[in-house]
Design a protein around this ligand. Sequence first.
Ligand code: CUA
Length: 179
Amino acid sequence: MAIYPPEKRIWWSEPLDRMEITWISIAFVWGLVMFGAMIWWHINGRQNLSNEAYRVDPSAFDERTEAMVDQYTVREEGDSGFPVVHPPPGSEIYLRARLWEWYPILELEKDQSYRLHLSSMDWQHGFSLQPANINIQVHPNYEMVLTIEPNKAGEYAVICNEYCGIGHHTMLGKIYVVE
Ligand code: CUA
């Protein structure tokens, strides 16, 4: 019981039990191994993206997205009126998350590099690119910036993997990668 002080007042000067120091050492060394593994996996892992994060005002992000859409829309998706945007390789591209859509549909060229900006207009969403299985959290007031180089042509789905309310399951987007 800690109501009473310990009998021996200077309890901290006692030598450590061998078992205790052994476990402390193991935990300390394992911590260092895991720290090293984090760096190693960042360089050698297949899903670890070197993303950058910056503060951004949602309305400023919205403006940049709209500017890209105005400039580079090439067609509509079916008869939905939803823009498909084909920005030039090497450019800054934007994907806006909000309740409950990913906007716009991006069409990218294979083996070309882009700077992809992700942000949310309202609250937290999850960017999950399928079937590549790349996952990034998307927050309002921050933009995640990734340098990407699609290496396989095809149609990719963007699904939201953070529960964001009643329409969460309908929050689907698309990215095309063309030759
Ligand atoms: Cu957005 Cu779930």
